[in-house]
Design a protein around this ligand. Structure first.
Ligand code: ADP
Ligand code: MG
Length: 459
């Protein structure tokens, strides 16, 4: 494609559009890419006009590399991208262009209007649609308290829980609640990945002032999803650290979610780790059977799905560890049923979910992993649990701990007690050790792979 050196901005852009259309989903293409105008192209610099800053941020976050690579390919020379904000004339009066309330601002376009603030929050994720039970009651109450009176009781609030257990849901619910109480509340809801992209772009486009303004001045409540992904990203951590301090010092609320506890997040600065522990750490555990049933019934009711008790019991009993999967199963069964015009019965659900259920049927247990590893390395299970530090036992023991952590979904303290009352730090360092060795030691890698293969076979 490099032979087609395009000189005009129109030609370059339409070549790009043709290519983009085939490789981006049509929804994204029509919503985000199509409205962009290419206003100039000279000396390797392409200027793209977008309707508002929100569009620019979104595109820069998600499609910058894509756009640049494709333009480079079509232009035959490396291109740099500049953005300008260029509201379409007809849209000038729409609510997204409400004037900025903050008079001290140097930022000319705002992403901080109520309409935009809500944009990132999933409308379904409210407190009303959240089912609380023993597994999440504490986190639920903490989130409600924070939403009622931000920066009053728990700051920061650190929400911790496994995948698909409702962290993002609760985080968004705080946002909805605050905006409902006062639509002027300046909420920033973001994920640490998106935040990192913003940092990168702010550096690249020399818009750090704007970036700091957004997070330090123009923000009353910061809701940051999946903070564990900040691991190893020094610049991002540094920016977050300063934002944290500014917000915290001026009594503004910070809520973060994570699938790891602060001390479990690798490669994170100590000063951030400590700050996460300043407020409240609220954990979400997998819901019990009754809560799972209630979640299904609530979801079914809200979508007008006729779901009888037997079926919800069947689904809840069989899908245990992750609410997202539970809901996925419900959606799948109802979709199949409505397409084939079949009523939803337990037998029907079993048939539709056969594949999922067979892999779910036996969650791999700590005991089964210990047994497998012991027999693989020809030692006894009791040796794996013993404190003896002879060479022939140390490695198998570490491998067993690592596999239990990875596949049995058990916590470090839990594993500590199931490996002969060891401290959770012992388990942690064993896991780290194996993780590190897997990168450098091919023979260990193949042993672990073989063990995992055997675990899969037994699933
Ligand atoms: P996480 O962010 O912890 O991975 P999510 O918040 O995305 O999980 O939740 C996954 C799905 O499960 C979402 O659709 C969410 O609405 C739903 N969900 C999780 N917990 C509950 C709950 N207690 N009540 C209702 N829905 C829930
Ligand atoms: Mg989430």
């Amino acid at each position: 494609m490099t032979e087609a050196v395009q000189q005009s901005s129109e030609g370059l852009w339409s070549a790009f559009l043709d290519a983009a259309k085939t490789s981006i989903s049509s929804h994204v293409f029509e919503t985000w890419i199509r409205p962009v105008e290419c206003v100039s192209y000279s000396n390797g610099a392409v200027t793209l006009a977008v309707r508002d800053q929100f569009a620019r941020d979104w595109l820069a976050d998600h499609y910058l590399d894509f756009i640049r690579e494709h333009l480079t390919r079509h232009a035959g020379v490396p291109v740099a991208i500049d953005w300008v904000i260029h509201p379409p004339a007809s849209a000038a009066s729409r609510d997204v262009h409400d004037p900025l309330p903050d008079e001290g601002s140097q930022v000319s376009e705002s992403i901080d209007t109520p309409a935009n603030k809500r944009r990132h929050l999933n409308p379904r994720y409210s407190f009303d649609t959240f089912v609380s039970g023993p597994s999440n009651q504490f986190a639920f109450a903490a989130c409600k308290a924070v939403a009622e009176k931000p920066a009053h009781s728990y700051n920061p609030l650190f929400l911790f829980g496994g995948v698909g257990l409702g962290k993002t849901h609760l985080l968004s619910a705080i946002g909805h609640h605050l905006l409902h109480a006062d639509p002027q509340t300046r909420i920033i809801y973001t994920s640490s990945e998106q935040f990192m992209n913003e940092v990168i772009n702010a550096v690249r486009f020399s818009t750090l002032d704007e970036f700091h303004h957004k997070y330090r001045k123009n923000c009353d409540v910061l809701l940051m999803d999946d903070i564990q992904l900040i691991a190893g990203k020094d610049r991002t951590q540094n920016e977050f650290f300063h934002i944290f301090n500014t917000l915290y010092d001026s009594q503004r609320q910070i809520v973060v979610t994570s699938d790891k506890l602060p001390h479990e997040i690798p490669e994170i600065e100590e000063r951030l780790r400590t700050r996460f522990q300043w407020g409240l750490i609220a954990d979400i555990q997998p819901p019990d059977l009754e809560t799972r049933i209630a979640i299904l019934q609530k979801r079914a009711a809200s979508e007008n799905i006729a779901l009888d008790d037997e079926v919800s019991f069947f689904l809840a009993k069989n899908i245990r560890s992750n609410v997202r999967e539970l809901e996925g199963a419900l959606v799948r069964v109802t979709a199949h049923a409505s397409l084939s015009g079949t009523p939803i019965t337990v037998d029907y659900a079993r048939e539709v979910l056969a594949e999922i259920l067979s892999t779910r049927a036996q969650q791999i247990s700590v005991e089964s992993i210990q047994k497998l590893v012991a027999s693989y390395f020809q030692v006894r299970v009791i040796d794996l649990k013993s404190p003896r530090r002879v060479k022939t036992l140390v490695r198998p023991r570490q491998v067993a701990m690592f596999l239990c952590r990875k596949h049995a979904g058990a916590s470090y303290p839990d594993l500590g007690s199931r490996f002969g009352d060891k401290d959770h730090t012992t388990i942690m360092s064993a896991c780290k050790k194996i993780e590190a060795l897997l990168k450098t030691d091919p023979s260990l890698r193949s042993q672990v792979l073989e063990l995992e293969r055997q675990l899969d076979v037994k699933r």
